[in-house]
Write a protein that binds this ligand. Sequence first.
Ligand code: GDP
Length: 458
Amino acid sequence: MDPWKDHKKKSSKDSSQTFLEEIYKKSPADLQCDAKSNNYYLVPLDVIHGCKNSTLEEATVEEMENHDHEDETISSEIIDAFQKSSPDEAAEKMKAKWKDYENVTLNIAITGMTGAGKSTFVNAIRGLRNDDEGAAPTDAVECTKYPTVYPHPTLPNVNIWDLPGMGTKQFRAKTYLKDVKWDRYDFFLILSSERFKENDSNLAKAIKEKKKLYYFVRTKIDNDIQSESQKRSYNEEQMLKNIRDDCEKNLTVKAGGKPKVFLISSFHLEKYDFPKLIRTLEDELPDNKLFALIQSLPVHSTEALERKKKYFRKLIWMSAFGSGVLAVTPIPGLSLACDYGILRSFFENVYKSFGLDEKSLELLSARVNKPVETLKAAKESRFKDGVNEEMLVNMLKKPIVVAALTIEQLSSFVIGIGSLTAGGVSIATIYHLLKKGLNEMAEDTKRILTVAELAELV
Ligand code: GDP
């Protein structure tokens, strides 16, 4: 019998409860067996125990039907941890990794000649406009006399450094890197506008010699497009290619290697090569630094939101494993044992990173010229007033339906270990909850982007 398929044929609201009853009658061994066929849905027994008299929300049933398995594979790193150490130790490892993600500091250096657009770029990646409060001062004349740190408006562990232009009185080309304390930065972005300058390739060479990562960012591309588009022979693609080729050629001659060049406009970050720059950093930064970077980027388009969402999805298993195996902090009244702390911190990170917090909404309000209350009113999910304990406990109390696809993989290396049968189910349950919360917050963000008239920029 396939209770899931049977259930789909029924339409009444109460059928969800019946569905649970049907599955509940099955033995755990049968459930594991069903799980192998991929299409089954496994309900954690301990949760049903706690909720036997309540009716499953219809929304949950809908989610079961629409459940997608994208990114569901458990990473080899997690499997490795569980195979090489005891389950407790492996869970501790995941927890430590999550803590590391939360506490890591990222220092990004923005360098280049005066007027290249450094301060404007610093502001743009912090989600600010040049005239916003706390923005780096901009002008066509030299503004930045010393390396100036601009902490992220909502993430204190992300520092963006606006470095003085090379070749100014205080910062001579020869001693530039030493003077700006090159070793404190995780990577450099060399910004340059208009024609390629020798100073830029000198800087690239010097940074490369220090074995630091650098990326060449050709700014003000919107200006190039604007002026070139007047020409009769204008071909945007060809023009962008010419600029890119020219930068690459010049950099290769002086600094060698395969330079990475990105064409951007700080006034339209989601256009041109900025998304490609982020994708490149995704491949080259260590995981924890990448987490800080992705979190810090502004969400001013649906594309930026989707990128963040995708990234957080990858972290769900790690958080679930860190929280689900051990009954570290049992929550009174709940049969599901989990480390509530990780669950909470995961949601808090998503909340901030998606720009749903007060400060981010105030900044957005100034940016798009809409009252902050109007933006706030677009939030409809359970997270609309933030992440709080009561809401999380309620979330954990609801009957959960977990996709069997994940259980199959879990059962092979966690559930198989006798003492962790319940642990395995808890992990899968937490996984589902984290994913559900992530989706709900993404929907709130989409609604805000629509109200802010930013959604259609994609
Ligand atoms: P810095 O000296 O390198 O810090 O350069 P600024 O950020 O002060 O920018 C110099 C000028 O270029 C300012 O007037 C900016 O508004 C302008 N600017 C910077 N980035 C861009 C861009 O991407 N597009 C356009 N059109 N102008 C830009």
